[in-house]
Design a protein around this ligand. Structure first.
Ligand code: KIV
Length: 272
């Protein structure tokens, strides 16, 4: 049956652990829509993150604070339809895990029933028990420490975290508690490379870095960022793998020019 075929090629939580054990890197990229999911389904990338960064990248908000469970579930559904062979992580959005067990579990249920294979939850303080409960309920949980963008107003901006020694120790302790809670992997965002290396060495679960240097067990980038869709957005940690803005605007400008010059549609694109 066809759903068994996808299961055979798709990564599972067990593969994440195996990758770390065999020192094989894990690749993850964000994905928010059906068309991109179809393209990514045909790539070698290991896993797709329906990140709450979609509030900014897809909807133009100034932070991820504006994402809701309903919005996340809508995007997860589209990605799951387009990428049946990929392991999908669905982000629990702002405050979704902070309003008590029932509300949190309703959110988890919505994301999983939308087609996610796991959920990602930012932070550690005050929610370790909840995360353990989600894991015990049969739902894989990915942690997220360092720069946790849902706390941007508390952090005072999108800044590198864990630079001071006390902060670094606290981050390591949080990472160890998330591993104890049963997280299968941990995103480390915008932390110094040496700290990411230490956390990676101390944990048995894989770390997936963004702005965390080369020593993490995997890497993640926002798809539109790595495709260079916004040529002026170039933080230090980002690498543009394409000139996406140029490719798209050139194609649309050519289309526009051909319409003006009467070259499109030609006989070839017209019905007799
Ligand atoms: O929402 C997101 O895109 C993320 C990644 C940056 C890790 O959480």
């Amino acid at each position: 049956m066809s759903h068994h075929t996808a299961d055979a090629t798709r990564l599972s939580v067990l593969d994440f652990a195996a990758r770390k054990a065999h020192r094989e890197k894990i690749s993850m990229v964000t994905c928010y829509d059906y068309t991109s999911a179809q393209v990514l389904n045909d790539t070698a990338v290991d896993t797709l993150l329906v990140g709450d960064s979609l509030a900014m990248v897809m909807h133009g908000f100034d932070s991820t604070v504006h994402a809701t469970v309903e919005l996340m579930a809508l995007h997860v559904t589209a990605v799951a339809r387009g990428a049946p062979d990929k392991f999908i992580v669905g982000d629990m959005p702002f405050l979704a895990a902070r309003k008590g067990l029932g509300v949190a579990m309703d959110g988890v249920q919505q994301l999983m029933q939308a087609g996610a294979h796991s959920v990602k939850i930012e932070g550690e303080k005050g929610q370790v028990e909840l995360m353990a409960h989600i894991v015990d309920s049969g739902v894989p949980v990915m942690g997220h420490l360092g720069l946790t963008p849902q706390s941007v107003h508390q952090l005072g901006g999108h800044k590198v975290q864990g630079k001071a020694e006390g902060e670094a120790r606290a981050l390591l302790d949080s990472a160890l508690r998330l591993e104890d809670a049963g997280c299968f992997a941990l995103v480390l965002e915008c932390v110094p490379s040496v700290l990411a290396r230490e956390i990676t060495q101390r944990l048995t679960i894989p770390t997936i870095g963004i702005g965390a240097g080369p020593h993490t067990d995997g890497q993640v980038l926002v798809l539109q960022d790595m495709l260079g869709m916004n040529p002026v957005f170039k933080p230090k940690f980002l690498k543009h793998y394409a000139n996406g803005h140029e490719v798209m605007s050139q194609a649309v400008n050519r289309f526009d020019a051909e319409i003006r010059h009467g070259c499109f549609p030609s006989a070839k694109e017209s019905y007799r």
